[in-house]
Structure formats: C-alpha cells, structure tokens
Design a protein around this ligand. Sequence first.
Ligand code: PRP
Ligand code: MN
Ligand code: MG
Length: 180
Amino acid sequence: MHNDIQEVLYSEEQIMQKVKELGQQISQDFEGRNLLVICVLKGAFIFMSDLVKSITIPLEVDFMAVSSYGQSTKSSGVVKIIKDLDVPVEGRNVLIVEDIIDSGLTLSYLIDVLERRNALSVSVVTIFDKPIRRTVDLEPDYKGYTLPDAFVVGYGLDYAEKYRNLPYIGILKEAVYAGK
Ligand code: PRP
Ligand code: MN
Ligand code: MG
C-alpha cells in the first residue's frame, strides 16, 4: 500500500469484479442501440478503459474534459469544459462514464449540455458514489460501490493530480492535505 494511504476501501480485484458486472448489464440494456460512451476526463479514464473491455456490444467512444475541483479538496461549484466532444451526440444513446459522483454538480451540468444537444437518451455509470454529499437530485443509472464521506484517491481519482494510478481506492491520510 502507498504510504499516503490510510486505508484501502476496495481492492483492485473487487473493483474489476464490479466493472465486469456493470459491463454485462450495460451490454444487455443497450443491445441493438447506437451506443456512444463518453469518458469524463480526467478522473474516469481508468474506469472507462476497463469498462469498455467488458461491454460486448458495438460502441463508439469519445472524451470530454471538465473540472470543478482544481487543486482543492472542495468543489468550486463551477464546471468548466476544458475539452469538448469530437462527435455530435444528436440522435445517439449516450452513456456518461464517471469515476465518482459527489455533489452531483459536474454530472447535472453535463447531462444538461448533452440533452440540449438533442441526445436520444443520456445515461450515467459511475464506479463510485458518495450520495451523502449530494447537493442536486441525481441518481446514476448504474453504479459500482457506495463510499463513505472521506477523501478518497486512486483508480482515477486524484488529490492535486496525484494518486490516479493506484489500482485500488483508498482514503488519503489527512496529513497529506492538512493545511492546504
Ligand atoms: C471529480 C470527479 C468527478 C467530479 C465529482 O472531478 O472525477 O468528475 O469531481 O464531483 P461532483 O459530483 O461534486 O461534481 P474533478 O473536477 O476533480 O476533475 P478530474 O476528473 O480531472 O480530477
Ligand atoms: Mn472528474
Ligand atoms: Mg479531481
């Protein structure tokens, strides 16, 4: 375990098992539809690549980069599009892939953008969820694990851009971000 991690919440093996289950469910539900899978960069990049490998129906991928947290541990509430999609979503069944839903602000903003662009349907999958932190009414269509209200990193999730490469999700030691 990394020295800055206080506790591992879900191991690499547990995450991979859950990703497999989500991929199977999504494959069933989107069978015969025109699926466009959208990765919300940066956090979702690892989950995205694992997930699409366990989806067995034809799909296309695209990427969007947004940020609301910056260097802070708290959401600013302002969502910025840093990189937009390359393809139009009009008439497509869109699946947004997120690493975590916290306040829900990032996703509610994204869903709104994609609906205004006339996507046929907009669904959401997240590997982690922190429902206790929600400030907007938003439930993902598919979710992996529910997390406690702790500052977590790994499997794509960062603190100040670090720890994304940890293959598990764990609680960051408070000493690492105290006073920042
Ligand atoms: C994090 C995370 C989600 C979002 C969730 O992204 O990856 O996208 O915050 O928080 P919310 O539900 O309160 O909006 P962040 O803005 O840190 O950018 P990153 O993915 O590049 O780390
Ligand atoms: Mn993110
Ligand atoms: Mg972040």
